[in-house]
Ligand binder design. Structure first.
Ligand SMILES: NC(=O)c1ccc[n+]([C@@H]2O[C@H](COP(=O)([O-])OP(=O)(O)OC[C@H]3O[C@@H](n4cnc5c(N)ncnc54)[C@H](OP(=O)(O)O)[C@@H]3O)[C@@H](O)[C@H]2O)c1
Length: 294
C-alpha cells in the first residue's frame, strides 16, 4: 500500500488488522463454497475456484475461512485457487470446533474442542491445507464452554510466539470474554453475528471500535434474506443499488472498524457485493434503515 498516494476516501476503505495488515473493508467469506450443510466439496469446484480468483482480481484482499467448512474443503480450495498468494492477500481461518456431519435444522453437526492438543493439530492442518508458513489471522471459532478462555488464549499466545499464527481473533464473544482474552494476549479481530436485522452485539462493535480491533460481522446479508428484502427496495432504487448492496453499505457506514465478508458462490453476486464499496448512503438513508423492520 503506497501511503503517499492514499487519499482520505481510500483510507476509510481500509482497515489495518493488528495495526500492520492493511485490508480493504470488503472482503470475502468462503463458507458458501462447500456442499449442502457446509459438508463436503461444492457441486461446481471450478466455479468455486473462479469465485476465489475473481475476488482477488476485484481487489479483495481479506478472505475468511474455517477448518470446519467442508471440513477442510474451503481451505484447500483457497490454496488451489490462490497459491502462490498475491502479496498483501490476508487469509483468516478458524479453529476450536470439530465437524462430524452436515448442518441440519436439528443438528449443527459441530462440537467444541478447545484443548491444546486439538488446537495444535488444527493449526498444523490449516497451514498445510492453505499452503502457508504462517496464518495471518487465526480465530477461535467458539470458546469451549468447558475451558476458561484465558487458558485457550495461552495456547494461542504460544502458537503466535512459535510463528505459526500472526494475529489472533475471536468469534461470537461478549465484551467480558474479549477483555478476559486480552488479559493474556492481544486480540486483533472479533467475528460476531451482526447485520441490519440482528444488532445484539452493538456493545461489542463499540468496544472493538474504541480499541482498534477489527469487527467482522458474519451473516452480513442475514444469510441472503437481506438481498431479497422488499423493505429495502425503495432505498436501493433511490441509490441505484440492490438491497444486498444497501445492506453492506449500511454496515460499512456503521463503523470504520467493520470489515465485511459477504459469502457467495456466484460470480455475479461477488461483483455486486464488491461494488457496494462505491455506494454512499445519506444520513437520511441510515435513519430510515435503522427504523426499518427487515
Ligand atoms: N464465525 C462464525 O461462526 C461464522 C458463521 C457463519 C458464517 N461465517 C463467515 O461469514 C461469511 C458470511 O456469512 P454467510 O455466507 O453465511 O452469509 P451471508 O454473507 O449473510 O449471506 C450469504 C447468502 O447470501 C447470498 N448472496 C450473497 N450475495 C448476494 C447478492 N448480492 N444477491 C443475492 N444473494 C446473495 C448467497 O447465495 P449465493 O451463493 O447464491 O450468492 C448466500 O446464500 C461466511 O462465508 C463465513 O466466512 C462465520
Amino acid at each position: 500500500m503506497n501511503e503517499t498516494t492514499t487519499t482520505p476516501a481510500t483510507v476509510n476503505k481500509i482497515f489495518r488488522i493488528g495495526g500492520d495488515l492493511p485490508v480493504h473493508r470488503i472482503g470475502y467469506g468462503s463458507m458458501q463454497l462447500t456442499g449442502p450443510g457446509v459438508w463436503g466439496p461444492p457441486e461446481d469446484v471450478e466455479n468455486a475456484r473462479a469465485v476465489l480468483r475473481r475476488s482477488v482480481e476485484l481487489g479483495v484482499n481479506f478472505i475468511d475461512t474455517a477448518d470446519v467448512y467442508g471440513p477442510n474443503e474451503t481451505e484447500r480450495l483457497i490454496r488451489e485457487a490462490l497459491s502462490p498468494y498475491t502479496p498483501g492477500v490476508v487469509i483468516a481461518t478458524k479453529g476450536g470446533m470439530v465437524r462430524s456431519g452436515p448442518w441440519t435444522a436439528t443438528n449443527p453437526g459441530m462440537s467444541f474442542n478447545g484443548t491444546e492438543a486439538h488446537l495444535r493439530r488444527a493449526v498444523e492442518s490449516s497451514l498445510r491445507n492453505l499452503g502457508l508458513q504462517q496464518i495471518d489471522l487465526y480465530q477461535l471459532h467458539r470458546a469451549d464452554p468447558t475451558i476458561p478462555i484465558e487458558e485457550t488464549m495461552h495456547v494461542f499466545r504460544a502458537l503466535r510466539e512459535e510463528g505459526k499464527i500472526r494475529h489472533i481473533g475471536l468469534s461470537e464473544v461478549s465484551v467480558d470474554e474479549i477483555e478476559r482474552a486480552r488479559s493474556v494476549v492481544e486480540i486483533a479481530a472479533v467475528q460476531n453475528i451482526y447485520n441490519l436485522t440482528i444488532r445484539k452485539h452493538d456493545d461489542v462493535l463499540a468496544y472493538c471500535e474504541r480499541n482498534g480491533i477489527a469487527f467482522i460481522p458474519f451473516w452480513p446479508l442475514h444469510s441472503g434474506a437481506l438481498a431479497k428484502s422488499e423493505a429495502m427496495a425503495a432505498i436501493a432504487l433511490q441509490r441505484g443499488a440492490t438491497p444486498a448492496q444497501v445492506a453492506l453499505a449500511w454496515l460499512l457506514k456503521k463503523s470504520p472498524a467493520i470489515i465485511l465478508i459477504p459469502g457467495t458462490s456466484s460470480l455475479a453476486h461477488l461483483e455486486e457485493n464488491v461494488a457496494a464499496s462505491g455506494i454512499e448512503l445519506a444520513d437520511t438513508d441510515i435513519e430510515a434503515l435503522d427504523r426499518l423492520e427487515v
